[in-house]
Design a protein around this ligand. Structure first.
Ligand code: ATP
Ligand code: ATP
Ligand code: MG
Ligand code: MG
Ligand code: MG
Ligand code: MG
Ligand code: MG
Length: 270
């Protein structure tokens, strides 16, 4: 009877849409913090760049890359991170909903799990959320342009925010006054305000703020000591063993030019 009932109900499965990602395309999942304008204020983020928050974001992204399969590279800035699945990935039969939901839920749970390691005595006041979207890029050039677009966005926002918060924090302007002051200014004007009024050379600001964070897989040699017991000796002996591991490493470099892609050809090769 039960098995009859099961087959009677099972047709509902056919209502599920096929969301297989097109073969041979790069699959990009980008997530973004929900209402982090408010979240960053409530948790007293240092403006314009709170290092604790940036490092926590990167820790979560590293966890995503290590826990899930087939992520070739990730790029993050502010409250967002993009993850690029290899174009040949067969993970979960390339189902878009699996890629997207596994990335965003693993990231969100990691954000809460690792919060205290980065924010110490700053309590987490409510559970943060993240949205995600998925985009397919059919060519290597499209993928490079996508990542360039995110890094250019990082640069534009960070230049604006750096001047904006200088005007507020150092010159005592209200946020509205600072916004008015920057209305219609070009990048050169903003650099000039920073230099002439605050003695800041924008190019000397930390790379992490200006370039964001790129996560790549790198072979690293790890030296560890191991206790072994030799058959002929009574005592345990400590020996050094070197192991090559592939680890997720953060970089704060330019990814718009060719140099990065020449240094890491394996990212696009697989
Ligand atoms: P939405 O839900 O639409 O994404 P949002 O408020 O999160 O809304 P975003 O465009 O994503 O809007 O902007 C993220 C906000 O979070 C920015 O206002 C930025 O000031 C703040 N923020 C994110 N990371 C940091 C950080 N490391 N330091 C300081 N502020 C940060
Ligand atoms: P997948 O990642 O494919 O979902 P899975 O191991 O989560 O793999 P499910 O089909 O989702 O597979 O099954 C969930 C498993 O979790 C079951 O095997 C069940 O034994 C266990 N489980 C879930 N909730 C409970 C619970 N409340 N008590 C005991 N076991 C549970
Ligand atoms: Mg947004
Ligand atoms: Mg956001
Ligand atoms: Mg954002
Ligand atoms: Mg289940
Ligand atoms: Mg399950």
């Amino acid at each position: 009877l039960l098995s009859m009932a099961k087959s009677k109900f099972e047709y509902v499965r056919d209502f599920e849409a096929d969301d297989t990602c097109l073969p041979n395309c790069w699959v990009v999942v980008r997530l973004d913090g929900r209402n982090f304008h408010r979240f960053s204020e409530q948790h007293e983020f240092k403006k314009p760049n709170d290092d604790r928050a940036l490092h926590l974001m990167t820790k979560c992204a590293q966890t995503v890359m290590e826990e899930l399969e087939d992520i070739a590279i990730a790029y993050g800035q502010s409250d967002e991170y993009s993850f690029v699945f290899k174009k040949k990935s067969r993970w979960f039969k390339r189902r878009a909903s699996k890629f997207m939901t596994h990335v965003v839920s693993q990231f969100a749970s990691s954000y809460v799990f690792y919060w205290k390691d980065y924010f110490k005595d700053q309590q987490l006041l409510y559970p943060p959320g993240f949205d995600a979207r998925i985009v397919l890029y059919p060519s290597n050039q499209n993928l490079k342009d996508y990542l360039s677009w995110r890094q250019a966005d990082c640069h534009i926002n960070n230049l604006y925010n750096t001047v904006f918060w200088m005007l507020v924090q150092r010159s005592g302007l209200t946020p509205v006054q600072a916004q008015d002051r920057l209305q219609g200014t070009l990048a050169g004007d903003k650099n000039e305000i920073l230099f002439s009024e605050f003695n800041i050379n924008y190019n000397n600001e930390p790379l992490m703020y200006r370039k964001g964070t790129v996560l790549v897989w790198q072979k690293v040699n790890e030296v560890m000591t191991k206790k072994i017991k030799l058959p002929k000796e009574a005592e345990e002996k400590e020996v050094e063993v070197t192991r090559t591991r592939t680890k997720v490493v953060p970089l704060h470099c330019d990814i718009i030019g060719d140099q990065f892609w020449e240094e890491y050809p394996e990212i696009l090769a697989e």
